[in-house]
Design a binder for this molecule. Structure first.
Ligand code: ADP
Ligand code: GLC
Length: 484
């Protein structure tokens, strides 16, 4: 039996999810295992972890972790996720909380301690399991210390000698930047504290440790992999990334079409597919009812937005053009939560344009599915987008996106006009360009129903499979293992 790839992640759907990372980690390890590469996942055991139908059981008690004080331990719970072992690291005071990383007052004050503890516990767990992993594949800042730990363990600890490390950046803007004093007891040697290591303008930067010490660094689309080498998209780490350019890859995410398929989606009032699209109309009608919009909007384009209400997603651009959209007599539906300023603004717009704008501020998994199906046009005016999964889902649900020409959006949407068009792309994150692109989409929807239908069908035929992404990851795993 081949050795396993161990995925370390702070979210794994359906057990935990706050965004795309959860979706990816719910699908990639399984796809990897199905491709013949044994996989395992290590994730925190949050208080709100949804146990679903998976029997989660305690398998290791009191595993010594030794951080942040000597006798501290973790309990390990285990679930069998369709054949992939999932290890949950439990320590009540760190993870048994209502939210993952922050509450309404801001980031949890002890996030560094929580995730240093998590990474140290993951190392202790893998050692306890007894067989060195083939690859440890860490994701985002929460697990970025793992490549650094393994890098420094390798010369002294035979267990780690044959384990390669990969670090995937899902969002460069979230870096896990903390005070330098937290470095002291984290377990890395003093030589890691330098500008080519974890030090960043005098602070301890966890994401940087992944970039500095992983055998390969990847991000979630080819375009974003190029963009982050520039000052504009580099979030202050472009210099560091350029140093690692030879070992930096862009691997496009897949979409999980088991969870996101209008033909079988259990959250929809009616299912539909390329063979029988009629159900999409019902989904639109029911969505209009559910959100209390005017029934006459059934005959007008319905524009949907789903995402974190943050600058990244361009919700402010959308908010700023809603008055103009109203003149075009379209409906707008928004689902998201995030910055209180954007939340308040969209709720105010809903009040101003009753029956034509509906906003649900909160996180509602099932409504996200119904909005993908019930909207005609999907809005994604992101300022940057490492990959973006919602536009992939929108394509599959026959809801052509209007999106900015950045990152994964460029890599997944064929722009109109063009024979292969699946959506609308605009160049600059300006309200004017966004509005213009929406106008084109609305014009096509109203004036050329045939062309619109053809675009919808093309969109639904797009397949961003995990099989393809797994093949690319496997090839990189192979290369980095050869270099060990
Ligand atoms: P990101 O990870 O940057 O937030 P992605 O497009 O990769 O963006 O993934 C977002 C995921 O989170 C999708 O599954 C989307 O449906 C989901 N999502 C985002 N906001 C909400 C919300 N308010 N309610 C339900 N699901 C949401
Ligand atoms: C991040 C990115 C998003 C990406 C997701 C999964 O949250 O913002 O673009 O799709 O991770 O990789």
């Amino acid at each position: 039996m081949a050795q396993s790839v161990f995925f370390a992640t702070s979210e794994v759907y359906p057990f935990s999810k706050s965004g795309g990372l959860g979706d990816v980690m719910g699908a990639l390890p399984l796809a990897m295992q199905q491709s013949g590469q044994p996989a395992a996942v290590i994730s925190p055991f949050y208080g709100r972890v949804s146990t679903g139908n998976y029997q989660i059981r305690l398998t290791i008690s009191d595993l010594p972790v030794g951080y942040p004080w000597a006798p501290i331990t973790a309990d390990i719970y285990e679930a069998d996720y369709h054949g992939v072992p999932l290890y949950f690291i439990a320590r009540g005071e760190y993870f048994d909380r209502r939210f993952y990383y922050n509450d309404h007052k801001g980031d949890y004050f002890d996030n560094a301690e929580r995730f240093i503890f998590f990474c140290r516990a993951a190392i202790a767990l893998m050692e306890r399991l007894g067989e060195p992993p083939a690859v440890v594949h860490a994701h985002d800042w929460q697990t970025a210390l793992l490549p650094a730990y393994i890098h420094f363990l390798r010369p002294f600890h035979p267990f780690w000698r044959q384990t390669a490390t990969m670090f995937t950046i899902h969002n460069l803007a979230f870096q896990g930047r903390f005070s330098s004093r937290l470095f002291d007891s984290c377990g890395l040697p003093p030589e890691a504290w330098n500008m080519d290591g974890v030090e960043y303008y005098g602070d301890f930067n966890l994401l940087k440790s992944g970039i500095a010490y992983a055998d390969a660094v990847t991000t979630v689309s080819p375009s974003y992999a190029r963009e982050i080498l520039t000052e504009k998209f580099g979030c202050g780490l472009d210099g560091m990334l350029r140093k690692r350019e030879l070992h930096l890859y862009g691997v496009l995410n897949g979409a999980d079409y088991v969870v996101w398929d209008p033909a079988s989606d259990p959250f929809l009032p009616a299912n539909y597919s390329l063979d029988n699209i009629a159900g999409k109309r019902i989904c639109k009608k029911k969505l209009i009812e559910e959100l209390g919009l005017l029934p006459r909007l059934e005959k007008r384009p319905l524009l949907g937005f789903i995402g974190r209400l943050r600058g990244q997603k361009g919700i402010d651009l959308l908010n700023s053009i809603i008055p103009e959209l109203m003149e075009m007599d379209v409906g707008v539906v928004v689902l998201g939560e995030g910055n209180p300023v954007h939340e308040a603004r969209i709720l105010e717009l809903m009040e101003n344009y009753q029956g034509r704008v509906a906003a649900v501020v909160g996180y509602t998994e099932d409504l996200a599915h119904r909005m993908q199906a019930g909207s005609d046009i999907f809005l994604m005016p992101s300022r940057y987008e490492p990959c973006g999964l919602t536009q992939m889902y929108a394509l599959r649900y026959g809801t052509p996106p209007v999106a900015t020409a950045v990152g994964g959006l460029r890599d997944t949407i064929e722009p109109w006009p063009g024979e292969q068009a699946t959506g609308f792309i605009f160049g600059d994150s300006s309200p004017k360009d966004f509005l213009q692109a929406i106008k084109e989409a609305v014009f096509l929807w109203t004036e050329s129903p045939e062309a619109w239908r053809a675009m919808t069908y093309r969109a639904m035929r797009q397949a961003f499979t995990w099989t393809k992404s797994c093949a690319e990851y496997s090839e990189i795993y192979r290369k980095i293992r050869l270099r060990l």
